[in-house]
Design a protein around this ligand. Structure first.
Ligand code: BGP
Length: 475
């Protein structure tokens, strides 16, 4: 559909950006915080440890002031489970509670909505030792954590996200450093999808608990959604695209919204003797959890062809190689790639927004989108990142088109507010509007610098998404 005029962004549209605790805070074992799976993992060779990150734990005031300077209406950040419950359950760490109280209050000081991710890739190490998500008790562990958050922050936090990218935890967990399987696991697929089932139940119960404890609050899931294209118009490729859409995307949203397993995924698991075991009450719990909105992270689309028997599984969040018997990924010749090999597809963003909205009819907030690049701090104290401005402008333009297509959007939080440590490529893969003076092994000053994209995004927010031209003013 070619629009002659575009509908404006909603008046109260939430412009902002995102971070996650384990990638930005640092202070990973300070002030009573227990270790998470991220603190005990072996980091990928050549990348930074996660002990300092961007040191936001000590610099949150400066960071939030800079976000306010950009005009943020929202800041999406996550709460580190083991900072407030060092062992995952039981004893509460008052210093941890205090830290997030401070962060939330600092946001509110600037009228910035805190959008809180409850769980972003950082399972407490003590719970991994107790069987991680394989243990059926993990559902109760998560609910206990949810209750502590709702009790302590529910008076001020009105928007909650359950689990960040549960689909990536399930599909590429070892790459993110999150997957712990019991030693005697025989059927790995079954175990992974049992863990996935526990997360789905935990999410559904947390949504119900949120509505019970905090009637005015809103809560939703936050998967990573990439619409999947067929490589050609061959019918076999279309079936492969449907398979991959089901296993990568719809399983998670069908469950969050309808409380039902996606039929294609269910059959796939059945054929591999990998169906999850339901505990008594699970089916009801899944049916009783209702999201108020859908949040999702978007980096690019995926393209697949029929599996010819040569699929090698693996990859990262955006460059999966496919799934045996389901689909084989195919490099899309129409798309360019980032310096880190991820395809770039702004029009696919519009297509993904349209598809998600027409399937689920819930308002959408984008909780990640952005360009990882090698940024350079110049002699004059500036970072020139026209490539990021171009990437974001093209995506915002397509979001505008989607709004004009009738998609109900409530906010946009690109990744990331400030430079932080990537999931597996260190801090050299930068995403922020705010540059942090350090590299993977030299911690330097950790001082903050405004990138060109900082000034540009400030202008975009001030114009409520209308002015995407590359010009900006440095004040
Ligand atoms: C998402 C994660 C984030 C973030 C982002 C960029 O999958 O939710 O935590 O890291 O991807 O990925 P990367 O750091 O691998 O470049």
């Amino acid at each position: 559909m070619r629009h002659t005029t575009l509908k404006p962004f909603p008046k109260d549209f939430l412009w902002g950006a995102s971070t996650s605790a384990y990638q930005v805070e640092g202070a990973n074992l300070i002030d009573g915080k227990g270790p998470s799976c991220q603190d005990v993992k072996k980091v990928p060779e050549g990348t930074s440890e996660l002990d300092i990150c961007a040191d936001q734990y000590h610099r949150y005031k400066e960071d939030i002031a800079l976000m306010a300077e950009m005009g943020f209406k929202v800041y999406r950040f996550s709460i580190a489970w083991s900072r407030i419950l060092p062992k995952g359950t039981g004893e509460i760490n008052p210093k941890g509670i205090e830290y997030y109280n401070n962060v939330i209050n600092e946001c509110l000081k600037y009228d910035m909505v805190p959008l809180v991710t409850m769980f972003h890739f950082d399972m407490p190490a003590a719970l991994d030792e107790r069987g991680s998500w394989s243990n059926p008790e993990s559902v109760d562990w998560f609910l206990e954590f949810a209750r502590v958050m709702f009790e302590n922050y529910g008076d001020r936090v009105k928007y909650w996200l359950t689990i960040n990218e549960q689909n990536m935890l399930t599909l590429v967990g070892p790459m993110i450093g999150t997957m712990v399987l019991p030693k005697d696991t025989k059927n790995v697929l079954k175990e992974i999808y049992q863990q996935n089932h526990h997360m789905l139940v935990a999410q559904a119960k947390a949504m119900a608990l949120c509505h019970e404890m905090l009637p005015g609050a809103k809560i939703g899931p936050a998967p990573n959604i990439s619409l999947v294209y067929p490589a050609t118009c061959k019918p076999e490729d279309m079936i492969a695209a449907q398979n991959f859409n089901a296993v990568r995307n719809w399983l998670y949203l069908d469950m969050a919204v309808y409380g039902k397993y996606n039929n294609i995924v269910w059959s796939y698991l059945e054929e591999h003797d990998a169906l999850p075991t339901f505990a008594p009450g699970d089916a009801e719990a899944l049916a009783n959890g209702h999201p108020d909105f859908i949040a999702f992270n978007y980096y690019n689309t995926a393209t697949v062809e029929a599996d010819d028997g040569t699929v090698v599984e693996g990859g990262d969040q955006q460059s999966s190689k496919g799934i045996t018997g389901m689909a084989k990924t195919f490099p899309n010749p129409n798309l360019q790639k980032s310096q880190f090999g991820w395809e770039i597809d702004p029009i696919g963003f519009r297509a993904t927004l349209r598809e998600v909205y027409s399937r689920y009819r819930l308002p959408i907030v984008i909780t990640e989108n952005g360009l990882g690049a090698y940024d350079k701090l110049e002699e004059d104290g500036r970072v020139h990142d026209p490539y990021r401005i171009e990437y974001l402008a093209k995506h915002i333009e397509q979001m505008h088109q989607a709004i004009s297509d009738g998609v109900e959007m409530i906010g946009y939080c690109p990744w990331s507010a400030v430079d932080l440590v990537s999931t597996h490529e260190g801090i050299r893969k930068r995403y922020g509007f705010i540059y942090v003076d350090r590299d993977d092994f030299d911690i330097r000053t950790l001082d903050r610098y405004r990138k060109d994209s900082f000034y540009w995004y400030k202008k975009v927010i001030a114009s409520n998404g209308e002015d995407l031209s590359p010009e900006f003013t440095v004040e």
